[in-house]
Design a protein around this ligand. Structure first.
Ligand SMILES: [Zn+2]
Length: 217
């Protein structure tokens, strides 16, 4: 089933940083196999999403949204998940204060890459504190790496974020370019993925494997 739609909704556009009218160009259902977990029981099954290709009225940029098919309404893009470009919603299991700092940082990424780098440094501090470290950022990051919570490559990534965040905070520091801001964004998300999201996904995968193994016992 393919449906062309022109109805407008509204939402935040990460391309231009505006709250803008959004025009739905195309909406298509998409079936994904997901793992549901209720009351200790796990069940794999199909879940139907509505994928919507949307155009921002302000910058004409294209966005891709994913929403629950049953609750789909073209007037409520603000309630749907923005698949591309990413919305800044890190979501569970990432701690709420890290999500909040990061989503605020993303609002200023386009207009002020320097300020964005400073906010990402703050988010990095919040990540270290959440993992039980205290003090200034450099020793906290060293302790994080030493404890094996992040591998060497990500320790380097974290140190880059720390240094660029420092520069961004000082008038005399080199300016952060748009390309660098994009890379900082990718680096920070890689850290969050490693520290919080990958362990959660491993837990889900193991739940699914246990069910499969029990079935052949
Ligand atoms: Zn836009």
């Amino acid at each position: 089933m393919s449906r062309k739609r022109t109805t407008r909704g509204s939402g935040f556009c990460p391309h231009c940083g505006n709250d803008s009218l959004l025009e739905c160009v195309l909406a298509e259902p998409w079936v994904e196999t997901t793992l549901m977990n209720y009351g200790g029981k796990t069940e794999e099954g199909p879940f139907v999403w509505m994928m919507s290709l949307v155009r921002c009225h302000t910058c004409k940029g294209i966005l891709l949204y994913k929403s629950n098919y049953q609750g789909y309404s073209e007037a409520k893009f603000s309630m749907a998940d923005l698949v591309w470009p990413h919305s800044g919603d890190l979501g569970w299991p990432v701690p709420e204060n890290i999500c909040r700092i990061y989503s605020k940082a993303l609002l200023i990424k386009l207009r002020s890459p320097d300020a964005f780098a400073v906010q990402i440094r703050r988010a990095l501090e919040a990540l270290c504190k959440d993992r039980g470290y205290s003090g200034s950022l450099k020793p906290m990051l060293e302790a994080l790496a030493k404890a094996g919570e992040i591998p060497d490559t990500l320790a380097k990534v974290a140190d880059i974020l720390r240094l660029v965040g420092n520069e961004g905070a000082h008038e005399t520091g080199a300016e952060v370019s748009q390309f660098q801001a994009d890379e900082i964004d990718t680096f920070f998300r890689a850290l969050v993925e490693y520290v919080y999201i990958a362990p959660h996904r491993i837990g889900l995968f193991e739940m699914s494997r246990r069910k499969a193994l029990n079935a052949i016992d």
